[in-house]
Design a protein around this ligand. Structure first.
Ligand code: SAH
Length: 216
């Protein structure tokens, strides 16, 4: 996702209470940032949340869970922040960071689930390690996810999807949900929460692939 640089975005991000400034200092202590009643709440992370539609909708539907949105582009994160400020809630925080640094921000087993929606495909073979479902990232997720924790991945990109299925399989993850046409599956689509890209690509006629895998 590319957006023109928005000069106001950096200042707004720095000033907002929704955006964590030094996420490393929260490692192992994320629950302290949320209301008292949420001290045992499951913590879910969305990596590359873009303009935040999915994060806003899922956090509204599940107020008992904590949701953290990670996005490394300021101009994109700013869009999510604007939505959040219009529709405030106490179970969401954002961070402008790169997922390669996940282990600096979360303790072992601190997360219950990770959402990857329409991640960048990095089609060149030499960029394979940058794909968010590469073995490289799966080893990171295995550390920060608790036993039984999951990764949920959606994309319209069949090549990236096939790569991702092979990647979780070869790393020993248990696939609990697999669909090559999420919107055509009545059971799965009933509870599906749309992302910005998902709405756009499915309207263009692209089938949406979906994968849920449990940590080995
Ligand atoms: N999830 C949104 C946006 C998908 S585009 C949707 O489905 O509509 C992918 C987004 O992931 C981009 O905004 C990009 O900046 C972000 N991203 C890609 N790699 C990332 C990484 N390593 N860390 C954080 N964000 C990343």
């Amino acid at each position: 996702m590319r957006l023109r640089n928005i000069p106001a975005s950096r200042g707004a991000i720095e000033q907002s209470e929704y955006v964590v400034k030094e996420p490393g200092t929260y490692q192992g202590k994320w629950h302290d940032e949320f209301p008292d009643g949420m001290q045992n709440a499951p913590i879910m992370l969305e990596i590359g949340m873009g303009k935040g539609r999915f994060l806003l909708d899922i956090s509204e539907k599940n107020p008992e869970n904590i949701y953290i949105g990670m996005e490394y582009q300021s101009s994109v994160l700013y869009r999510a922040l604007q939505k959040l400020e219009k529709s405030p809630r106490n179970n969401v925080l954002l961070m402008r960071e790169d997922a390669v640094r996940l282990c600096e921000f979360f303790d072992e087993g601190e997360l219950d689930g990770i959402y990857l929606n329409f991640s960048d495909p990095w089609p060149k073979e030499r960029h394979e390690k940058r794909r968010l479902t590469s073995g490289n990232f799966l080893s990171i997720y295995k550390k920060v996810l608790k036993p039984g924790g999951f990764v949920e991945f959606k994309t319209d990109n069949r090549a990236l999807f096939d790569f991702s299925v092979a990647s979780v399989n070869s790393d020993g993850w248990e696939i609990t949900e697999l669909s090559y046409d999420l919107h055509g599956n009545e059971r799965l689509s009933r509870n599906n929460i749309l992302t910005e890209y998902e709405e756009k690509f499915s309207a263009e006629g692209h089938p949406i692939c979906n994968l849920v895998a449990k940590r080995p």
